[in-house]
Write a protein that binds this ligand. Structure first.
Ligand code: XMP
Length: 512
């Protein structure tokens, strides 16, 4: 187990990703963690992340001194290097040359960190982002590489196994960065990369059994990857003590509700309550055109319906949820100011307190791609595991303005044609999310010899790592032309197709 102390860098999660890709379990905790918490974790190695503060400022973050006395290897990155030096008796000063972005380091000496990767005399590309720099080394350290703005770009104390770098090895802009991190884990810390999804599955099953005992568990399925993987894993642990509830809002895509029912009931034989609540949802959404209003109505109805079904099942003590690691990392924020609500996401979460359910969250330690790997390990079909994310409010936020059954039907058909074309072109897995939006606009067209006056639709496809930022997907024009023709030919009610080339920011992924 590796512990990552977070000093608030934007890319701390990437350090965790690199460690886990090496097959080693790790967790991120705030830099302010006290000695007991760090000891209790029993880390085999510690990594100190970067961060936005300056060690030269009074009151800037420091690691608890227990980090230096546990006898385990420590790797400092950027701010982590500076605080390591400062805390161990070295000196850090504001730099004359600030380095942001691509920089080069010159390798001056051998070091376990780049054994088999870099050699003495080499000039290697790294990614820097710092203003301050180390100007005096603590006792026991030597310089192994330098850069223009950072004479102490890589430093090492081999006796204590303390290593530190001024750049960011966890980002892809440092081409051999992951190899450096692996060397720290394998060569310096002597760890084995044996944390696999098969091992996680076995451990998770044991933990769920221990937590739940003989109690009943209910789980809301959304049709998405997270809740599906959580349900299958819990079912493996406790069998028929688990009942799944699938609330069909009538806002799903073509065939989606049927797929969920078939997979869970027929394939996995998991007890499933399928509630067709589409009349209720569409009825309450009638005449509503404000996006936040739609989200609120859908969120409220979902909870009401779920709650009602849970009461019918009766006696459940636990609620299973597909919460992921990025939702539970205690983030370190130095900005302080209030953040603006762009959209009230995750609105299908909180159940009423009176239900008094305890939570089972077996995916709390996993990143999204690890959940996918676990899904494959559990035998979920590829089509399910590799699915693009789908928002809780479903197609309601892909029909800007007022929703009607007619509009939803048209959108479903267009979306199905679009996704079919993407799959056939072999592009589905390259794209984070792709979907059609039915615009609340009718336009004039000509088909055959007649005039048409039908809806316009927009196609959207983006690449993204986490949904926080996104780029539009650069389809070939010939592909776009082909999809547009198919949609207009195959979908009655649409006579014009546009492609959305907005990135996020300034746009958002969904239109509402
Ligand atoms: P935006 O549109 O904010 O979307 O760029 C980022 C990601 O979140 C999804 N999304 C939602 N998910 N409830 C959800 O559960 C919502 O209300 C919601 N709105 C957007 C969106 O599909 C994308 O993956």
């Amino acid at each position: 187990r590796v512990l990552i102390l977070d000093f608030g860098s934007q890319v701390t999660q990437l350090i965790a990703r690199r460690v886990r890709e090496a097959g080693i379990y790790c967790e991120i905790i705030p830099f302010s963690a006290d000695a007991d918490r760090i000891r209790a974790f029993a880390p085999k190695a510690i990594i100190l992340s970067g961060g936005p503060a300056s060690v030269t400022e009074a009151g800037s973050p420091r690691a608890n001194d227990v980090v230096w006395t546990l006898g385990v290897p420590v790797f400092g990155i950027c701010y982590g290097q500076q605080t390591m030096c400062e805390q161990l008796g070295g000196k850090v000063e504001p730099g004359e040359t600030r380095e942001f972005g691509r920089a080069f380091v010159e390798v001056k000496d051998d070091c376990a960190l780049f054994e088999g990767v870099w050699s003495i005399g080499a000039r290697e590309q790294v990614w820097m982002s710092h203003g301050d720099r180390v100007t005096k080394l603590p006792e026991g350290f030597r310089i192994v590489a330098t850069s223009e703005g950072a004479p102490y770009a890589i430093i090492a104390d081999d006796a204590r196994r303390f290593y530190a770098v001024q750049f960011h090895p966890e980002v892809v802009h440092t081409p051999h960065g992951d190899a450096l991190i692996r060397n720290f884990l394998f060569k310096v810390a002597g760890l084995k990369g044996d944390w696999t999804m098969a091992a996680f599955r076995a451990e998770a099953v044991a933990r769920i059994r221990e937590q739940v005992g003989s109690a009943k568990v209910i789980c809301g399925l959304s049709g998405g990857v997270d809740s599906s993987v959580a349900a299958v894993l819990i079912h493996e642990a406790i069998g028929a003590q688990l009942t799944c509830i699938f609330v069909d809002t009538g806002l799903m895509r073509t065939g989606e509700a049927e797929q969920v029912v078939t997979l869970f009931r027929d394939h996995y034989n998991i007890p499933l309550v399928h509630v067709d609540a589409s009349d209720l949802f569409l009825g309450q959404l009638e005449g509503v055109s404000d996006p936040e209003q739609k989200r609120k109505i859908i969120g409220r109805l979902f909870i009401e319906v779920f709650d009602g079904e849970a009461a019918k099942i009766g006696g459940a003590e636990f609620l299973a949820q597909g919460t992921l690691y990025p939702d539970v990392i205690e983030s370190v924020s130095f900005t302080g100011g209030p953040s603006v609500t762009i959209k009230s996401h995750h609105n299908v979460g909180g159940l009423p307190d009176r239900m008094k359910l305890k939570l089972v969250e077996p995916l709390r330690e996993l990143f999204k791609d690890e959940v996918r790997a676990l899904g494959r390990e559990l035998g979920l079909p590829h089509s399910f595991v590799g699915r693009h994310p789908f928002p809780g409010p479903g197609l309601a936020i892909r029909v800007p303005g007022e929703i009607t059954r007619e509009k939803l039907d048209i959108l479903r058909q267009a979306d199905a044609v679009y996704l079919d074309a993407i799959r056939k072109a072999g592009l589905y897995d390259e794209i984070w999310q792709a979907f059609a939006v039915l615009l609340p606009v009718r336009t004039v067209g000509v088909m055959g010899d007649g005039r048409t006056y039908d809806y316009a639709c927009a196609l959207r496809a983006v690449t993204s790592v986490d949904g926080m930022t996104a780029d539009y997907y650069p389809f070939d024009h010939s592909f776009l032309g082909h999809v547009a023709t198919r949609i207009i030919n195959e979908v009655r009610g649409i006579n014009r197709v546009t492609y959305d080339i907005t990135s996020k920011p300034p746009g958002t992924i969904e239109w509402e």
